[in-house]
Design a protein around this ligand. Structure first.
Ligand code: FES
Ligand SMILES: [Fe+2]
Length: 400
């Protein structure tokens, strides 16, 4: 059963079964439900100690999706970025290998690449001009005669564990930490391999800022709010409060059926229902702890949420990818318009209320907030967060 083609057949079958479940939800006006409520302390969104613990025990421990194959396709391509206050540099060397480093010069700590994307074969620190190779090794220092002798082999960039898989580039923020994508994703990356994600094209990115990263993230984990918050943009196509959840370790695939799922599926044989993503239903794919990928017919939006400088702030990078490269100038204009539309909906409709929620939680009005039986995705996310914060690998893992 481990042959890739067999796995692919399993995947189509599984998505076909999910499509059938979602069609029933729409017909009977029901949704995925669990048997309990879950309470989360309001302080979890406001407390500086919680914020620190999340950085140390979650963000610095798990493999984070930090870049895309499509974003760094050529040898020499690099990206320098801020990840929750940590400067990270990701690059592809001449042989095609992707590496990640802390973007910090071994001399006196300046960044060796400015934030953003570019292409180069070596990095030169802008402070005193030390240069590093694509492998992070120190190549040369300025005025070595007066600086004095050093052992260059000990003065490289600090490397971070990094692995490229199925078009996705994962990095662990702790040097030398093990990175085990198979265990972490439990087969989920096959989904991206099946989508041929490694051959997609990168269309660009936008940055938005909002409230505590979990307030923002909670909004990606349910469709219970579509009717009230997105009456014009999402609800016309996708009914409110109609979700299906599947788990792959701490990660989720959330299914959102369209109102017209019945008509769409009636037109294709049952064996092909598993191939109808975006025709009758959509998926939002969640990588714990902070990524939400929405593959839409027009363009794919992949949000990376990072804790901001205080508990009440997050910085979200919205990445846009598409299966087909840009065709011409008119296509580029249309893509930019689609990107701005997605960014605006995400910011104006979800992030603005997030800032109000932040104020509400900081007001002390309620000690806890409560996730309902229909908000299983949120519950599952918070259960995994608590599991990591507990820092006891022998504790039983949450199950969906
Ligand atoms: S800090 Fe980089 S060369 Fe001095
Ligand atoms: Fe929303």
């Amino acid at each position: 059963m481990d042959h890739p083609l067999a796995r692919q057949a399993d995947r189509i079958e599984q998505i076909g079964d999910v499509a059938e479940i979602m069609r029933d939800y729409v017909e009977t006006r029901t949704t995925f439900q669990t048997d309990k409520h879950m309470r989360v302390p309001s302080a979890s969104y406001t407390d500086p100690d919680q914020w620190k613990a999340e950085m140390e025990l979650v963000f610095k421990r798990v493999p984070l999706l930090l870049a895309f194959t499509a974003e760094l396709p050529k040898p020499g391509d690099f990206k320098a970025m801020d990840v929750g206050g940590m400067p990270v540099l990701i690059n592809r060397d001449k042989a095609g290998k992707v590496r990640a480093f802390l973007n910090v010069c071994a001399h006196r700590g300046a960044p060796v690449a400015s934030e953003g994307r570019g292409n180069c074969s070596r990095f030169t620190c802008k402070y005193h001009g030390w240069t590093y190779g694509a492998d992070g090794k120190l190549i040369g220092i300025s005025e070595p005669a007066s600086y004095g002798a050093i052992d260059k082999s000990e003065m490289g960039l600090r490397e971070l564990p990094c692995e490229e898989r199925a078009g996705l580039i994962f990095v662990c923020l702790t040097p030398n930490a093990p990175i085990d994508l198979d265990h972490y994703f439990r087969g989920y990356l096959d989904d991206f391999a099946a989508l041929d994600f490694g051959n997609w094209s990168y269309m660009g990115s936008r940055v938005i800022e909002g409230a505590n990263w979990k307030i923002a993230f909670d909004g990606y984990l349910e469709g219970y709010h579509f009717a009230s918050l997105h009456p014009e943009t999402i609800a016309p196509r996708t009914p409110s409060n109609c979700m299906h959840y599947e788990a792959f370790g701490p990660n989720l695939r959330i299914g959102f059926p369209h109102r017209a799922i019945g008509e769409a599926l009636d037109k294709v044989p049952r064996a092909d229902w598993g191939r109808q993503e975006n025709n009758g239903f959509d998926f939002v794919r969640i990588f714990f702890p902070n990524v939400s990928a929405f593959i839409a017919p027009e363009i794919t939006q992949i949000a990376q949420l990072f804790p901001g400088p205080t508990p009440g702030q997050n910085r979200t990078v919205l990445n846009y990818l598409r299966r087909e490269p840009i065709r011409d100038e008119a296509d580029r204009v249309a893509v930019e318009a689609a990107i701005d539309f997605f960014r605006d909906v995400t910011y104006n409709e979800d992030y603005v209320i997030g800032l109000e929620i932040q104020k509400g939680l900081e007001s002390g009005a309620h000690d806890e907030l409560v996730f309902g039986q229909n908000e299983r995705g949120n519950q599952y996310f918070h259960e995994w967060l608590n599991w990591y914060l507990e820092d006891d690998p022998t504790a039983p893992e949450p199950v969906l």
